[in-house]
Design a binder for this molecule. Sequence first.
Ligand code: TYM
Length: 336
Amino acid sequence: MESQPGPRVLSGIMPTGSLHLGNYLGAIVHWVDLQHRYPSFFCVVDLHAITTPQKPTELHEKTREVAGLLLAAGIDPSVATIFVQSHVPAHAELAWMLDCIASMGRLERMTQFKEKAGREREAASVGLFAYPVLQSADILLYSGRPPRPVLVPVGADQRQHLELARDLAARFNHRFGVVFGEPEPVISEAGARIMGLQNPTKKMSKSGKNPYDTIRLLDSPDDVRRKIARAVTGPGREVRFDETQPGLYNLLTIYQLLSGESRSDIESHFQGKGYADLKRELAELIIARLRPLQERYQEIRRDRAALEGVLAEGCQRARVEADVVLQAAKSAMGLG
Ligand code: TYM
């Protein structure tokens, strides 16, 4: 792996809440595709999860659930490296070093911190505030030696965090000599922002309170049918990609991504039909995509030792990669 030229791929996902269609269409499907083209690293970011309070036993279990779902969705551990962030100490170590070159002012402008901390800003953890710096460390550790660009497939909500990672890499390289490659966001045009089914002006989210807003990857067929049937569409009757109708537009986007058909083909398919037809067909499309994923997931979860084995091997491979870059960063900074 070390000798392969060209970019690397790194991305992460938090083991909080339940993985949903937004995570799948915005990020995971791209991971599955990119793993065959570049050396790829995917981490379950449990150190990010603890920036808000977590129950230890649940966190441990969720971490395995998310890892299992990534494997079920098509991440292939014989091709890509899948690991748990806290198993690779270099992440926390580089995060501290980058904390010392990141400015407070810059972090204060991070919209995700403002949203998550909300009115409880004073009570929010220091970890929540510094979260984007840890994310930068996650990415930059997989630059390789010599440094290469790191492609980061994510949804649109991560754009600002990736700008920070680019700036921190540039700042570090400028001050201490070139250690890190440049992070490059990979954000698809469609699917980068799957919206809530009940509130289509807000993204579908793991932490949402309304269960009808989100299609979870582990939802039963009946849940999917019920949720899609209840989804907000807005006024009108025609099934068209109309951005002024966010609910309808979101359902059609999901349909487009799952069917692989063009927008014009989809519009002609639904000509003369109504929203109820769209919802019925969309629900079946989602169920058909989730069924094999859920079956694989159940199989994976039955063999606990095998899953632990995959994570242990991923940890070994990730440590080797990350340590080389961490040592280079430490010696550039005069540490160690
Ligand atoms: P997280 O766990 O919130 O989400 C995981 C991935 O899913 C994408 N996503 C969405 N895409 C489309 N529509 C949605 N409604 C939607 N909701 C979530 C996210 O953009 C993300 O790609 N900070 C990151 C985790 C992280 C990370 C990293 C990512 C930690 N270190 C390093 C990339 C590189 C997060 O909270 O993702």
